[in-house]
Ligand binder design. Structure first.
Ligand SMILES: CC(C)(COP(=O)(O)OP(=O)(O)OC[C@H]1O[C@@H](n2cnc3c(N)ncnc32)[C@H](O)[C@@H]1OP(=O)(O)O)[C@@H](O)C(=O)NCCC(=O)NCCS
Length: 153
């Protein structure tokens, strides 16, 4: 069964282990990654039968009256891809972020995100999930241009 929930301090080791398995064997960076996701950003975890299989990280941008959030990162572990887990993460994120704004008397209006121009899989994924390619930022990344995608709600 797929469960999607917000990350808490209790998830530090879970996220460190995911970094060590999916990204690189670097304990310090794994600890920083996990701590940033928990304390610096708002992060949602996807767990399949209690196994961590994906994350989505987001934050507000500007004043609440702007109604803008950034989808900072999304990732699904390789073994779990193409099972609509990222789609479920995005759907839950939209509900969660909308509630965040409405609880404070504002409306969520726009989701923005940055991605590397050459990431064809992400391009297909975001298009499939109702995002629009809105702007290109030349040389944003060390080896690629950046693309800003938006979704107006
Ligand atoms: C992009 C990513 C999050 C998608 O996760 P996912 O759980 O596999 O995505 P979903 O199963 O919800 O895919 C939804 C749709 O997106 C598109 N899509 C997703 N992965 C795709 C792939 N490898 N090739 C082509 N289309 C793909 C398809 O249209 C898919 O629908 P379908 O399977 O019915 O054809 C995942 O590939 C990933 O973690 N990539 C590495 C990190 C990354 O690039 N993140 C985004 C940049 S910030």
């Amino acid at each position: 069964m797929l469960e999607i929930r917000n990350a808490t301090s209790a998830d530090q080791k879970l996220l460190e282990d995911m970094y060590l398995t999916e990204v690189e064997e670097h304990k310090e960076r794994a600890a920083t990654f996990a701590s940033d996701l928990i304390h610096h950003f708002k992060t949602m975890l996807a767990l399949q039968d209690n196994e961590l299989c994906g994350t989505l990280t987001w934050d507000t941008r500007g004043g609440y009256d702007d109604g803008v959030v950034e989808l900072v990162s999304i990732g699904v572990n390789k073994a779990y891809q193409r099972q609509k887990i990222a789609t479920r993460l995005v759907d839950t994120f939209v509900k969660e972020a909308s509630k965040f704004y409405s609880d404070r008397g504002y409306d969520l209006r726009v989701i923005i995100l940055f991605m590397e121009k050459q990431n064809e899989i992400a391009r297909k994924f975001y298009k499939e999930n109702g995002f629009t390619e809105s702007a290109i930022i030349p040389h944003l990344y060390p080896h690629d241009d950046g693309v800003i995608w938006t979704k107006h709600l």
